[in-house]
Design a protein. Structure first.
Length: 271
């Protein structure tokens, strides 16, 4: 990846990103010539079939993986590794079971050397934002799955990053909990104006949350199409307009899902 600064009007800008993985069973290209951008304060959803490179793209933005070719720019400056301007929220909340909720939220602030009294204030303000203030002294094993993800979100917000990178954070939750978290995330986004890149395989989830939905092709992943959703927030999965848009995206996505299934079958037969 180049390390030269390249002018960009975008908060986040991916340019011609390629990524190939080398495994014991051979090479496979995860991403090919991937281009997309996000403006400051924009909510962008990456949608595509399993194995299309959505998580790989997120990891490259986070600086956890390096692209083989192309550039990722933040405010026009190349991303060369992890940084405090980007925080990832994973599908699993990845909380520390030996810490209470407050200390989980303030963990990154402690690592930065912030005094305990200050980091406790920050942690409690973020727990207020996710409606978990009364659970500040609770232990991780006492929380439901949805509560754990809200703690993970509070922990990310405590670090005050420019960009939140969310990798299917609600996929393992039941429908009612997921819908409640959709509403909470929409509220948090409107309050904080963070730039969010959200990976999902759920079409309606993408439309409930995103300003734009970018559909990735089957592997190697690249942007196949883009859908803009201008409906006001908060949105509901039951909205007739949203359901109609979901049908259009599903029609566009269907061929890519079938292509991904064929590729998986081909690879299985080759082993």
């Amino acid at each position: 990846m180049s390390t030269s600064a390249v002018p960009s009007p975008w908060k986040l800008d991916l340019r011609a990103v390629d990524k190939t993985f080398r495994t014991a069973s051979g090479e496979f290209r995860a991403l090919q010539d991937l281009h997309f951008h996000a403006a400051a304060g924009e909510f962008v959803c990456l949608l595509g079939p399993s194995g299309c490179g959505k998580t790989t793209a997120l990891n490259i933005i986070a600086g956890l993986e390096k692209a083989d070719r192309g550039e990722v720019l933040m405010d026009g400056h190349p991303v060369t590794g992890p940084g405090p301007d980007r925080v990832v929220i994973f599908q699993e909340a990845a909380l520390f079971p030996w810490l209470n909720v407050r200390d989980n939220v303030s963990f990154g602030l402690a690592a930065r050397g912030m005094p305990r009294s200050e980091r406790n204030q920050v942690a409690e303000s973020k727990l207020d934002m996710v409606n978990l203030h009364e659970f500040a002294d609770a232990w991780v094993h006492e929380l439901s799955g949805g509560m754990k993800q809200r703690v993970a979100l509070a922990r990310a917000l405590a670090l005050n990053p420019d960009v939140l990178l969310m990798d299917e954070p609600f996929a393992a939750l039941d429908a009612q909990t997921r819908e409640a978290l959709h509403l909470e995330l929409q509220t948090l986004w409107s309050e904080t104006h963070k730039t969010i890149v959200f990976v999902t395989h759920n079409v309606r989830e993408a439309l409930v949350l995103g300003d734009r939905v970018l559909v990735l092709s089957a592997r190697p992943g690249r942007i196949k199409s883009e859908f803009r959703c201008d409906m006001p927030h908060p949105r509901s999965m039951e909205s007739h307009t949203l359901v109609d848009m979901a049908q259009a995206i599903l029609a566009d996505l269907r061929a890519e899902v079938q292509a991904a299934q064929k590729e998986s079958r081909r690879e299985w037969l080759a082993t």
